[in-house]
Design a protein around this ligand. Structure first.
Ligand code: AMP
Ligand code: ZN
Length: 138
């Protein structure tokens, strides 16, 4: 379940060196080379899944458990004031490496990073239409 062309497969397998902050049989957690803030890390499954939609449910459960554990340790040891957990799927959503990964981003008062979106202003009717579309009532 590895992809020969995938850099995160190679990093997760230890074939390319990384700054590893956690490792077990199924996951490696590394420091991001282009960090948003001090300590920005990535959870990588050792098997290759392109994105969340390919990730098996049991791995997804483990990822969120690991994210919680890592976030708590990083918040404590780096004295972070807050935390973002982000996971991008597809180019249009900002994914640039097509091996599932979850971003762990410690936040610090005044760190000036912007992680967000431009809020829309939907009416109650529009929200209701969207709700129906999602749950299959449309
Ligand atoms: P995304 O845009 O969600 O696909 O995130 C990809 C992330 O991987 C970015 O934050 C990059 O800085 C990071 N990245 C890319 N290559 C490497 C690498 N070789 N080692 C560590 N982080 C990397
Ligand atoms: Zn891969």
């Amino acid at each position: 379940m590895k992809d020969d062309q995938c850099i995160f497969c190679k990093i997760a397998a230890g074939e390319i060196p990384s700054k590893t902050i956690y490792e077990d049989e199924e996951f490696r957690v590394i420091l991001d080379l282009g960090p948003a803030t001090k300590g920005h890390a990535l959870i990588l499954p050792k098997d290759h899944y392109k994105d969340l939609f390919e990730l098996p449910e049991e791995k997804a459960e483990k990822v969120i458990r690991l994210a919680k554990k890592m976030a708590a340790a990083m918040k404590e040891n780096l004295h972070a004031d807050g935390f973002n957990i982000i996971q991008n799927n597809s180019e249009c959503a900002g994914q640039t490496v097509f091996h599932f990964h979850m971003h762990l981003i410690p936040r610090y008062e005044g760190d000036k990073q912007k992680i967000g979106w431009i809020p829309g202003k939907p009416s109650q009717e529009e929200l209701e239409e969207i709700r129906k579309e999602i749950v299959g009532e449309a």
